[in-house]
Design a protein around this ligand. Structure first.
Ligand code: GAR
Length: 194
């Protein structure tokens, strides 16, 4: 798992994988030791690694190799994964984005900026997307999406909260499907799934 943020998606994933026979979060990578997600990892006794320079190819490959990583999950990671890592793990890196791609994605589209763009566009539906990671921001094929309504009195903050709620169910479903199939696959989001 790779994260730069507070780590709420990590928490929901750890909960969903508790007791799973094969899938587990082997390591959490963050860009600085103070990242919330690394604190959550430590409190769950999950190993953590800091990769301060996002283009530190040696550190990426050494970490993913040492922990025998099958699936890389980006949740709130705001940098590009080095292209050599994308190539080495092609089809095995997924990202969660807080909007319905292909709308409202790309470089610089993260956090409240995404939700502000949704409100500015007067979209009536938003949601979250899990997609394969390629060399470009938010360009890989979509694996699954979950929708939420956009309300007329929404602020970026209120919309972010609603989307995050559905992210916490979407990402675990993506990982559980990947664990079952041996690699990430397109899936239908189930409202009552984990
Ligand atoms: C999530 O909303 C995720 O979709 C978003 O960062 C947040 C991380 O939250 N990612 C992006 O905006 C990527 N473009 P978390 O640290 O609580 O899981």
């Amino acid at each position: 798992m790779v994260a730069s943020g507070r780590g709420s998606n990590l928490k929901s994933l750890l909960n969903a994988l508790e007791g799973h026979p094969t899938a587990q979060v082997a390591v959490v990578i963050g860009h600085s030791a103070g990242v919330g997600a690394l604190g959550i990892a430590r409190s769950h006794l999950v190993p953590t690694v800091v990769i301060a320079e996002s283009n530190d190819l040696k550190a990426w490959l050494a970490t993913l190799g040492a922990f025998k990583i099958d699936l890389v999950v980006l949740a709130g990671y705001l940098k590009l994964v080095p292209p050599e890592v994308v190539e080495a793990y092609r089809g095995r890196i997924i990202n969660i984005h807080p909007a319905l791609l292909p709308k409202h994605g790309g470089r610089g589209m993260y956090g409240d900026r995404v939700h502000r763009a949704v409100l500015d566009a007067r979209d009536t539906i938003s949601g979250a997307t899990v997609h394969l990671v390629t060399e470009d921001y938010d360009q890989g094929s979509t694996l699954g999406q979950a929708t939420v309504p956009v309300l007329t009195d929404d602020t970026p903050e209120s919309l972010a909260k609603r989307v995050l709620g559905v992210e916490h169910r979407l990402l675990p479903q993506a990982v559980l499907h990947a664990a079952r199939e041996g690699h990430p696959v397109p899936f239908e989001f189930m409202e009552n799934g984990p």
